[in-house]
Ligand binder design. Structure first.
Ligand code: NI
Length: 140
């Protein structure tokens, strides 16, 4: 029995967005201690770097696991056009009731992309980098 090779291919994108981390169930002191400068009332922004990795076997007709132009279009329409230059606390309905931490943003991005992938291609990982030092990886 021959096994098809499984490959992982990735596409990079970026977006800029503002947010603040503040949990109104707690007082200002708790928020300052917990979130530090991210609790700043007057917002702050990040240049987010996103890497979407999908998994599958090369199509014998194209040699592609997935056409990266198609993946790029999905990321643009479902993620960057939704989040870029937005205030994540106020402008994105799906994030309105959650604290827009990088963890919650990455879970949101997973849901946006997964449902739009073509047959036979699986979402493997979402990598989201908020600063040079801080990033999250989500495997669903
Ligand atoms: Ni932040």
């Amino acid at each position: 029995m021959s096994t098809k090779p499984i490959l992982y291919i990735s596409r990079h994108a970026h977006f800029n967005a503002a947010h603040k981390l503040f949990n109104s169930n707690f007082d200002e002191k708790w928020n300052d201690e917990t979130f530090g400068p991210c609790a700043n009332k007057n917002w702050h922004g990040h240049n987010f770097e996103l890497i979407v990795t999908v998994k599958g076997s090369p199509n014998p007709d194209t040699g592609f696991v997935m056409d990266l132009k198609v993946l790029s279009k999905i990321i643009k329409e479902e993620v960057t056009e939704v989040l870029d230059h937005k205030n994540l606390n106020l402008d994105v309905p799906a994030l309105k009731d959650v604290l827009p931490s990088i963890e919650h943003i990455v879970i949101f991005i997973w849901g946006q992309i997964k449902v739009h992938l073509p047959e036979g291609v699986e979402l493997h990982k979402i990598h989201l980098r908020e600063t040079n030092n801080n990033f999250v990886e989500y495997y669903g």
